[in-house]
Design a binder for this molecule. Structure first.
Ligand SMILES: Nc1ncnc2c1ncn2[C@@H]1O[C@H](COP(=O)(O)OP(=O)(O)OP(=O)(O)O)[C@@H](O)[C@H]1O
Length: 361
């Protein structure tokens, strides 16, 4: 997908002035509340009309003030999935889904209904009403309805923010796999950095009505690590859990990781570990209470706000830690240095279990 938006839109005392071109199939729109994210996507979908400028999507001009072009929303072939799923409460799951299908011109009805419902794991729900579905099921039906319209672009405006953490991370694989399977690019809006990293490749940062930054989602997370109260979140896919001495032990490329808390009830999953929870030692500490101690080589160092980020290769796995510049000087840490990284078994948090991630298979 290739999208360029060069436009202005005034809404009372708020003005959005967008000027960007972006290429890719998994694009993120990130920024604080009130920055203009929804306004941007509403302009793209044709729900709002720019005061001036141009919108071009894959070579098709959707809007041009100078050429007096303004394609109506239904001709833009852009589908939307919102935080609130907006399903028709009086219709069954099947009828809600078919609503998307019927909106699609017959020559474009290339999405296989049965293939899609199987992929979304809603094939057993087709004859149920939508009012008593779980939040995650409703969101999968809403996604299915949007996909059945065979859009050229899917806009997802905070589709996960009404869901609790467990459901949020269960639904992400569906969003990604459906887009990949049916080759439909998406624009994903969120103010969660972890969601950005799991869902997108390139991110546009919207601040005060401007595109303040455009970078890869990983780079953005590194850039913001120093200012973030949660630091940089290491996302670790761990498997092969066994219980030992009251802790759960997962495989790590060159060894094992010890986790505690509610992490033991799944054989595999996606876990987070903050850069703030990793302590760096120059030499092997003689004795330490933290259950995880890995020998690591520093692969790179970078500045982020008032912090130094340290990329580590630890026994074949990668971690990112942060320290203050003074500590980096005292420890004389440079690229290539050998260090030891320690972190507690309790520092991990499970985002999703392997079962939910396999839903995307
Ligand atoms: N129809 C409108 N009329 C007047 N002002 C509006 C209108 N729609 C949005 N705004 C204002 O425009 C600004 C940007 O709103 P927008 O919803 O685009 O932000 P956002 O980044 O999506 O925020 P959030 O993350 O909270 O959804 C806000 O100050 C909002 O109050």
């Amino acid at each position: 997908m290739n999208l360029s938006m060069m436009l202005t839109k005034r809404l009372n005392d708020f003005t959005l002035a967008a000027d960007f071109s972006v290429e890719g199939n998994r694009i993120g729109i990130f920024g604080k509340s009130g920055g203009g994210k929804s306004t941007l996507v509403n302009l793209l979908a044709g729900l709002l009309t720019p005061d001036d400028g141009e919108i071009v999507l894959d070579g098709t001009c959707l809007f041009s003030a100078s050429r007096k072009i303004n394609l109506p929303p239904e001709r833009r072939r852009i589908a939307m999935v919102f935080q609130q799923h907006c399903l028709f409460p009086h219709l069954s799951v099947r009828k809600n889904l078919l609503y998307g299908f019927k909106r699609c011109p017959s020559e474009l009805r290339t999405i296989d209904f049965h293939d899609l419902v199987k992929l979304l794991k809603i094939d057993k729900l087709l004859d149920r009403g939508v009012t008593n579905l779980s939040g995650g099921e409703k969101q999968r039906v809403a996604l299915g309805r949007a996909i059945l319209a065979n859009p050229r672009l899917l806009l997802m405006d905070e589709p996960l923010s009404a869901l609790d953490d467990t459901l949020r991370f269960q639904i992400i694989p569906y969003l990604k796999s459906v887009s990949e399977r049916f080759d439909i690019p998406y624009l994903f809006i969120s103010h969660s950095m972890v969601e950005m990293r799991l869902m997108t490749e390139t991110v546009l940062v919207v601040e005060k009505g401007r595109i303040a930054e455009q970078s890869s989602s990983e780079q953005l997370a590194r850039n913001r690590m120093g200012q973030s109260p949660v630091g940089f979140i290491n996302l670790l896919e761990l498997e092969g859990m066994v219980e030992r001495d009251g802790l759960c032990v997962y495989r790590w490329p060159g060894g094992e990781l010890y986790l505690s808390g509610g992490n033991c009830d799944t054989p595999a999953g996606l876990f987070e570990l903050s850069s703030k929870d990793i302590i760096i030692f120059k030499r092997h500490p003689e004795a330490i209470s933290a259950r995880n101690l890995l020998e690591c080589r520093v692969s790179s160092l970078f500045e982020s706000g008032a912090k130094i980020g340290i990329e580590l290769e630890c026994d074949g796995g990668k971690l990112l830690a942060e320290i203050v510049p003074e500590a980096a000087r005292e420890l004389d840490i440079r690229q290539g240095s050998l260090v030891h990284a320690a972190f507690k078994a309790s520092a991990f948090r499970r985002l999703s279990s392997c079962e939910s991630r396999r839903n995307s298979d």
